[in-house]
Design a protein around this ligand. Sequence first.
Ligand code: FAD
Ligand code: UDP
Length: 405
Amino acid sequence: MERFDIWIAGAGYAGAVTARALAEKGKRVRVFERRDHIAGNAYDCLDEAGVLIHKYGPHIFHTNNKAVFDFLSRFTQWRRYQHRVIANIPRDNPEVVPAHKKTDGRFFFPVPFNLDSLKNAFGEQEGERLGQKLLDAYPAQSQVTILELRQNPDPEIAAIADYVYEHVFVHYTMKQWGQKPEDIDPNTTARVPVFLSRDDRYFQDEFQGMPLEGYTKMFEKMLDHPNIEVRLGVDARPMLAEADGPVIYTGQVDELFDFKFGPLPYRTLDFVFETWQDRDYSAPGMPYPDPDHPLRGGGFYQTHGTVNYTVDRDYTRITEFKHLTGQDLPGVTTIVKEYSRAYTGAEGETPYYAIINPENNALYAKYKAEADKKPQLHLLGRLAEYKYYNMDAIAARALDLAERL
Ligand code: FAD
Ligand code: UDP
């Protein structure tokens, strides 16, 4: 029987990055992946219309960690892409909205909310004045969180905070988490601060882009090493008893221990994909201010990679993949709508987001203590660590674990 030094459960970022880093140190690595594909939630593939889609929701790579960027860059080239998002909301104060921003009773501003969003919302002059007021109030900061802004006693700043809370955060957060912004982990809404600038990029990290040929191709190259064996469609749990060396587990920790302390709560998402072709499929009300706008009728559904529906609609956001991937495919496009709900553990559901709060963290700590009794078992990844990690953070932790092992 072939001998392996390390066994890994899961072929997402956590599993694949550790597998490669360990293989290059001469370890024989065996990876079990329950799904029939690699790349975890970053998996992408062509849909029936030939559009490159992200099956488990839109993924944009961004990081300030050069070591992570350099490591991944060995397996892919990058497409230069800076993600920009707008909020699409019903117009509720028609007087102040500049005429060119109005379309079908809806209007738009950049998210994260910034000094230009302020002008869209309050009109050119008033927006300018309020923007200056914000800059004066936070002279040494480039951004401020909504929860911080809401603490400000100045009545005009409180009015801005109320506006942003109502038009960006409260309804979106209720849809995404079933709870208000002040009742969820403050680090979650802090991911999307108010920018005290005109920078309208969703992420401001130094390195940002999309793998030129997609994530799955990047993972294929990462896992293509003589010391790595990948077995797809295999649940690792029953196999791990056979392991006689370190095991890296990147799946749900509650499931690993048969839910003995009860299930950890998660949010799941329903992704509804729509493919549009051979017609003018611009989203109703999208801001194409002039009929010659380059995207109108140019094969795109919306102007931006992602449009957040921060006030109404049942879905949180719509993403159009061609903006992200740069795929040149005139006349056809695929979008995805995201609907969030509580994870029940039913067959086929995926636990996408840990629900971080003191009670759930305490439950997680019980499982972690159980895992710590097994010195060969290493929990790594978004599920195994019950944390809200981006791809780069998991890759960094994976490189670090491989180094320690
Ligand atoms: P996963 O990708 O979930 O991989 C874990 C793998 O383990 C899965 O393939 C699973 O099938 C497998 N597995 C589990 N249990 C077992 C078992 N018992 N046996 C065998 N295999 C098992 N991050 C960004 O940086 N930018 C983004 O734009 C971004 N967008 C996102 C959008 C959405 C909708 C979501 C949900 C997440 C997004 N993320 C984004 C976060 C990103 O998905 C994660 O950081 C990353 O996937 C974490 O990698 P992982 O390996 O920990 O987990
Ligand atoms: N958020 C919001 N309105 C927005 C964007 C984000 O209220 O337009 C809040 C919401 O609570 C969300 C969190 O900020 O869950 C983090 O947003 P992010 O876009 O980082 O979420 P992800 O892409 O990870 O789902």
